[in-house]
Design a protein around this ligand. Structure first.
Ligand SMILES: Nc1ncnc2c1ncn2[C@@H]1O[C@H](COP(=O)(O)OP(=O)(O)OP(=O)(O)O)[C@@H](O)[C@H]1O
Ligand SMILES: NC(=O)c1ccc[n+]([C@@H]2O[C@H](COP(=O)(O)O)[C@@H](O)[C@H]2O)c1
Ligand SMILES: [Zn+2]
Length: 262
């Protein structure tokens, strides 16, 4: 048996989770199997971080409901948890900041680390032998890196260059081609783990919300306890889908303003 180092990994998934679906949970299982199969990683934890209301995505219902549904969906998992920090922030936060914050908290929990000495994730992660944080996303999020005024190049470089990305294939996306055609991503391609989902399905929260609005069943697409919660709280209606419909998505607002004033 070769004697090589196995790196502990924490997977962090950011997104709307509006509502959480079985596919969101499956992403974690797929990513963990893939990383374990390399023989180089041991996935110790998964974290779901629902985006805050200030993201202003069309149809985005209150974070308190999205958080509760994520908590219900992960209640039976012994390794996937929900983090409310991002969703409680009054302003929308860049994903790089969320990754940095989560990584810092992992470092602070590592044995022998003194809070006052922690100045930067970059410095500290070199000093401790703690787990490495990787961002987990679907291929649509990876491909959104190319949308003008949506992502800052330095944030992408930090996420893929310093932390690492695990990307699950999704119908309509070709992450291998996307990475191959981007010089910036290609530079860090060893830090991008593309996981092929062979059991393809098109579960998306958009499809689930549409079915709910029409009174159709979403059974087997969404965990049962989440369906019960949606029913009890009467979530997802034509009215909730109109939320934010005349508001520009927070990152587009922020970066369009910044580029037009420079
Ligand atoms: N079927 C899927 N296959 C692969 N990745 C997925 C799938 N569904 C969601 N994801 C990923 O889960 C994360 C959270 O996504 P999000 O909350 O936007 O869900 P969604 O189903 O894409 O919702 P919506 O339709 O509202 O955009 C993203 O990284 C997204 O790419
Ligand atoms: N510049 C950025 O950091 C940036 C831009 C767009 C979306 N995001 C994040 O990606 C996720 C995408 O979620 P949705 O696919 O539900 O829109 C959200 O967590 C959002 O905050 C980050
Ligand atoms: Zn999405």
């Amino acid at each position: 048996m070769p004697n090589h180092k196995v790196t502990e990994v924490v997977l962090l998934a950011c997104g709307s989770f509006n509502p959480i679906t079985n596919m969101h949970l499956r992403m974690f299982e797929l990513a963990r199997d893939h990383l374990h199969d390399t023989g180089q990683y041991n996935v110790v934890k998964g974290i779901i971080s629902p985006v805050g209301d200030a993201y202003k995505k069309k149809g985005l219902i209150e974070a308190s409901h999205r958080l509760e549904m994520a908590r219900l969906a992960t209640a039976n998992s012994d390794w996937i948890t929900v983090d409310d920090w991002e969703s409680l922030q009054p302003e929308w936060l860049e994903t790089a900041k969320v990754v940095r914050d989560a990584s810092m908290r992992i470092i602070l929990r590592a044995p022998g680390i003194k809070r006052e000495k922690v100045t930067s994730v970059r410095v500290k992660s070199k000093m401790i032998n703690g787990p490495q944080l990787m961002l987990l996303c679907g291929a649509d999020v990876l491909e959104s890196f190319a949308v003008p005024n949506l992502w800052k190049q330095e944030d992408i470089a930090e996420i893929v260059g310093f932390y690492g990305l695990v990307c699950i294939t999704r119908s309509g996306s070709d992450p291998y081609k996307f990475i191959q055609q981007s010089d910036d991503l290609w530079t860090h391609h060893k830090n991008i783990h593309v996981v092929h989902e062979w059991i393809t399905n098109e579960i998306s929260a958009t499809h689930v919300r549409r079915a709910l609005r029409r009174g159709h069943s979403v059974r087997y697409l969404v965990p049962e306890n989440v369906i019960d919660y949606i029913r009890e709280q009467r979530l997802y209606s034509a009215e909730s889908e109109r939320k934010n419909s005349d508001i520009v998505l927070a990152p587009l607002q922020r970066y369009t303003r910044a580029s037009s004033s420079s």
